[in-house]
Write a protein that binds this ligand. Sequence first.
Ligand code: ATP
Length: 445
Amino acid sequence: MESMVPMETLVSLCKRRGFIYQSSEIYGGLASAWDYGPMGVELKNRVQNFWWREMTQLHENIVGLDASILMHPRVWEASGHVESFTDPLVDCKKCKQRFRADQIPKQNMETHSCPECGGELTDPRQFNLMFRTHVGPVESDAFLVYLRPETAQGIYVNFKNVVQTARMRVPFGIAQVGKAFRNEITTKNFIFRTCEFEQMEMQFFIHPSEDGKWFEQWKQERFEFYEKMGIRETRMRFHQHGPDELAHYAKIAFDIEYEFPFGWRELEGIHNRTDYDLRRHMEYSKKDLTYLDDLRGGERYIPYVIETSAGLTRTVLTVLADAYDEEEVEGEKRVVMRLHPELAPVTVGVFPLVKKDGLAELAQEVARDLREDFTTFYDQGGAIGRRYRRQDEIGTPFGVTIDYQSKDDRTVTLRYRDTMEQVRVPIVELPERIRQAVREYRRVD
Ligand code: ATP
C-alpha cells in the first residue's frame, strides 16, 4: 500500500506501543525532546547496529571510534562552527513565534509578515546553534565548552592517533555513532528535528586526486544501505546542494532525501569536505596532521575527506514511517509495521492457544529455548487474534502458536507477519526456519 501515514497516527502508535514518549511528560513535556521506550530503544539500537555492521564489519578499511561530547573549545573555532554555524532567525513582534528565515515562504520575508498571524517580523539575525556550558564551578569564558553539534570533529582530531595506532593506510574511514546537540530555532515533526539527537557519521580519508571517484562510490553505497534496511526506493531520492545551500566546509554535497508524511526532507548528507577540517586543525593546534603515503612513493599531503552523515534518530523516524501499513482483514482494520526482521524490536511472539491443559507450560518452554537466539515475547492473554494484532503493531515478524496437536507431535504453527501465512513446523526446526526467513526477507505489502 502506497498511502502515507498521517503523523498523528504514527505519534500515537509510538506512544501506545512503547516506542517513543514525550520527554518529562508528567511535567507537561519539554518541546522537541523525546524518550525512547522499551520498543523504541530496541529499534534504535538495531538501526545503529545495522549501520555499524555495514560500515565497520563489512569494510575492512573502516574502523570505529567513540569520542567524547565535550571537547576543547578551540576545536569549534578551528572547525568554523563558532563563526559560521548559524541560522537566520526572525521573530514575530505580535505572536512572539520564532522562525528560521530560510524556512518560511519568500513572500513573508519580503513583506516582513508572520506566516502564522500576519504580524510584523523582525529583521533576520544570525543565531549560533551550539549549546554552551561550563566545565567546573566557575561560569567564565575560561571554562566555556560546547555540546558538540556534530560527531565529525571527534574523528578529525583523532586522525593521527588512528593512523598511528590502528596502522590504517589511506584510503580508510573512521565511523562513529553518538549524540549531537543543536539549539534549533524550530523543532517540529516529532523526532525529525530535535535539539538533542544522534548521528551516525563516517569520515573517509583519501588522496585529494581521488575525491570524485570516492564521492560517487559513497553516494551509491549509502543509498543502497537504506534499501537493504527495507526502505522503499520510491520514497527516496538525491538532492544536490546548490551554491547557496553548501555548508562552509563542503565542496560538493548531496542529500539522500526521504518522502516523509510532511514532505521530502534530508535523511543523510554526503559531503566532500576536502582537506578543510584537517588543515584548519593543523593551523589551530600547530600539530602536523599531514599523511606520509608510502604507497605513493613517500608523498606527503593532507587527505581529503568524504563524509557520510546520517541521523540515527531521523532514520528511526524514517523506518517507522516507511513500515506503517493498514489493511482490511476479515472486515477489520489491521495495523502492521512492516519492519525489516533485523530491525524489529521483537523477533518472535510465542502464544499458547489456551492457558490450560499444559499448553502454557509447553509454550513457555518453547519461548525459553528461542530466547537463546532471538528477542522473544511470550503472551498468553486474550484471544489469539488480538495477540497477533498486538505483535503486528510493533512489527514482530514471526508468531509461534502452541495448540493441542503440539503436545502430541511437538509441532507448532509458525505465522508470518506480512502474508499472515501459517505453516506447521517441528519445534526443533524453529530456529533454523526463522533464521532462513530473516536471511531471505523481502518486503511484501
Ligand atoms: P538542516 O539544514 O536540515 O538543519 P543540516 O543539513 O545542517 O540539516 P547536517 O549537518 O548535514 O544537517 O547533519 C547530518 C544529519 O544529521 C542530517 O542528515 C540529519 O539526519 C541529522 N540531523 C541534523 N540535525 C538534526 C536535528 N536537529 N535533529 C535530528 N537529526 C538531525
